[in-house]
Ligand binder design. Structure first.
Ligand code: EPU
Length: 432
């Protein structure tokens, strides 16, 4: 499937943000911790939720989706091996803790996901190992056992990885004794998972300085939870809206508290926004100015906002500098933007001040953007989810016609994106 886009249209109106992809999938896995029903509302109809549905069904979950409500119940784990899924993503490894807690064994497929660097899972495996899991890896699967059950312990993560923090929490809530996670991730999606687990009966305290304390309990129960709005969708729509002075777009169902760092960057480039009770309205300015950004873990500027914001910065006056400190190789898409007329150079030096794990190892993790540049339509194949969104935003800004192939990647994280963009006035068609 592809999108055919005729760019340069004025965008005005309201676009509603759906439930967060990176919270939804973890909550579906969290439901495996109980034999009772879990109800998730504001559920997004996206590709990654479909893959997670496949994962949960393969171990015994009964799932019903009605509009934007998902009901999931796993009375018993009928199979400790997650069958091979139709597509690979980053979620199956999070099922290790729930399966080990419920049946003492777990086999989950090796991960896939966006091609944005090697993305190892060593921190996940070390944490589960410290809690008593024995894990072996072959070409296709992680094979795990916890013959004596999982036990709470003190774990210090080498890096505040979102996935490793969530994995440890999912393992610790039903483990024996107390687990302390030091240097944990504190992204809003992690907090959202903790809130759901608390409602299910878990005892989790947030300490100062990235510490999380979990007191294992013998059993968790069902829950009803409304999924938080997707802050990556919000940042994508904001970047698009700000790209032209003719645009005025209300990004509805979004929360200022999740977007504080983004909103500061918007002010710095001279874009306008107005925070309202039920969303934030963004409007472009005639002269956007260049800025410097360093991506970081929360509460820093999110790495997933980097790509749409870089597209916006191609329209800003002057030289912008981006230092990506979360992933070592997340600028692949700029090659395509340059073919559209952008002027972006990528460097392996750290062009910023934050401590960075990639200093001196030759990874292309900084970029310099000179603007403003006029973009013209072009044909592409999508590389990964956020890069795909960057392509899409660029083609909506560009003059002329573009075709974007491989849009299943974009569908993984953005529900029915073409229909929603059309309502703003975008000229975009989905073609089979
Ligand atoms: N890392 C390790 N070892 C590990 C785990 C992570 O070295 O065991 C490294 C990674 O290679 C990366 C960094 O730590 O360089 C951060 O990875 P993290 O584990 O925090 O990321 P993740 O849990 O795999 C989630 C989101 C990503 C988002 C990151 C950072 C999901 C499904 N994915 O990934 O979202 O970029 O956190 O906030 O929650 C996206 O939605 O497009 C996306 C890529």
């Amino acid at each position: 499937m592809k999108f055919v886009v005729n760019g340069g249209r004025k965008l005005r109106g309201e676009i509603e943000v759906r439930g967060s992809k990176n919270a939804t999938t973890k909550m579906m896995v969290a439901s495996l911790l109980t034999d009772e029903e879990c109800v998730l509302s504001n559920f997004p109809r996206i590709g990654d939720a479909e893959i997670t549905k496949e994962l949960c069904s393969s171990v015994g979950s009964k799932i019903v989706i009605d509009g934007s409500v998902l009901k999931i119940k796993t009375p018993e784990i009928t199979n400790f091996k997650v069958t091979k899924l139709s597509r690979r993503n980053r979620i199956p490894i999070l099922a290790l803790g729930p399966l080990l807690n419920r049946v003492g064994r777990a086999e989950v497929p090796i991960l896939g996901g966006d091609k944005i660097g090697p993305r190892p899972v060593d921190i996940h495996l070390e944490a589960l190992g410290a809690m008593g899991a024995k894990i072996e890896i072959d070409e296709d699967y992680y094979h795990a056992e916890a013959p004596h059950g999982l036990k709470g312990t003190r774990i210090r993560l080498r890096y505040p990885s979102v996935g490793a923090t969530e994995n440890t929490i999912l393992a610790a809530v039903l483990a024996k004794g107390q687990t302390t996670i030091e240097n944990s991730a504190i992204e809003p999606e992690v907090i959202e998972l903790i809130l759901m687990l608390q409602k299910m009966g878990a005892i989790i305290e947030m300490g100062s300085d990235r510490k999380i304390y979990i007191e294992g309990v013998p059993k968790l129960g069902g829950v009803s939870h409304k999924i938080m709005p997707d802050r990556n969708e919000a940042a994508s729509f904001a970047s698009l809206a700000l790209s032209s002075p003719d645009n005025e777009v209300k990004v509805a169902n979004t929360r200022q508290s999740d977007l504080m760092t983004l909103l500061n960057a918007v002010r710095r480039v001279g874009g306008g926004y107005r925070v309202e009770d039920d969303g934030i309205t963004f409007f472009g300015a005639k002269n956007l100015s260049a800025t410097n950004i360093e991506t970081d873990t929360h509460p820093g500027f999110m790495t997933d906002w980097q790509q749409p914001f870089v597209v916006l910065l191609t329209q800003a006056d002057g030289t912008s500098v981006i230092h990506e400190t979360v992933y070592e190789d997340r600028f692949g898409y700029v090659e395509d933007l340059n073919l559209m007329g952008a002027n972006i150079k990528v460097f392996s030096k750290c062009l910023g001040e934050l401590p960075c794990r990639f200093a001196g190892d030759g990874q292309p993790h900084s970029a310099v953007i000179s603007g403003p540049t006029r973009l013209s339509g072009r044909n592409f194949k999508v590389r990964d989810l956020r890069a795909g969104m960057a392509h899409l935003i660029a083609t909506l800004i560009a003059e002329g016609k573009s075709e974007i192939e491989g849009i299943e990647e974009i569908d993984r994280g953005y529900e029915d994106i073409d229909t929603r963009l059309k309502k703003l006035g975008a000229n975009i068609e989905r073609v089979k």
